[in-house]
Design a protein around this ligand. Structure first.
Ligand code: CTP
Ligand code: CA
Length: 226
């Protein structure tokens, strides 16, 4: 059994984590994506296994190996991620949406390689589904935790996302700060909660941030079931 002392005991609970970027196809050799190595989401999954929970890791394309003990579901596009998350949602106790989902996808994608032409090229884009917003709309007892990667006005944007998406907590970071960006082993985050309070964490390893997020999730879950 994976349960360790000093961590929340989530045995019998189901935690769904999304990680990595999504990939929106232009043609078989080209796509639109976001910066994300998946490190933060995979760290949460690894820490979550240690709490005794059933851990489902829904991952976009990354070069990391799924931690031992998690059930990985591999997806590419935002639409595939949406379908995968939705199929796990009803039974989930905690959902942590670390993934850097593409906000737009090409309106048309081609099954053959489009040949380059002289001059400029335009690609018409359409919005993808906002997965977290959808989950917030149909939320029952799940604890819903989102992320917000910002470059400015961190607190303002994070609090807006918290309310708009009906999340229970938003983990925000400034991607321009050294030690908090993409691909690093550390992160500097602030946790924004629905009661208006926030917890500003110092620079920490992504694993320590993951453990802290799970601690907070256990408090939120306790409040939920009170
Ligand atoms: N998210 C999502 N589906 C999307 C876009 C975002 O589920 N199509 C989730 C992310 O996984 C994250 C949270 O929403 O947990 C916030 O993502 P972010 O990109 O910071 O916010 P957006 O609402 O997309 O707004 P913007 O990119 O304009 O800041
Ligand atoms: Ca976005």
């Amino acid at each position: 059994h994976f349960f360790q002392k000093g961590r929340p005991d989530f045995s019998g609970k189901k935690i769904v984590i999304t990680a990595g970027p999504t990939r929106e196809k232009i043609d078989p050799v080209r796509y639109i994506t976001n910066h994300s190595t998946g490190k933060m989401g995979y760290a949460i999954a690894e820490e979550a296994v240690k709490t005794g929970a059933d851990v489902i890791l829904i991952s976009g394309p990354v070069s990391l190996k799924a931690p031992t003990g998690v059930k990985p579901i591999y997806v590419e596009s935002a639409e595939e991620m949406y379908q995968a998350v939705l199929s796990e949602y009803e039974e989930a106790d905690i959902v942590i949406k670390t993934a850097a989902v593409a906000d737009y996808r090409p309106k048309v994608s081609f099954d053959y390689k489009v040949k380059k032409q002289p001059g400029e090229q335009q690609i018409e884009l359409e919005r993808t589904k906002d997965i977290l917003l959808e989950l917030g709309r149909i939320k029952q007892n799940q604890i819903l935790i989102g992320f917000a990667a910002e470059t400015d006005h961190i607190a303002e944007y994070a609090q807006k996302k918290l309310l708009k998406k009906n999340a229970d907590m938003i983990v925000a970071n400034n991607v321009k700060t050294e030690g908090a960006g993409f691909g690093t082993d550390t992160n500097i985050v602030t946790l924004f909660k629905r009661d208006g309070t926030f917890i500003e964490l110092p620079i920490m390893t992504k694993h320590a941030v993951a453990a802290k997020i799970l601690d907070e999730a256990s408090l939120l879950l306790r409040d939920e079931t009170k």
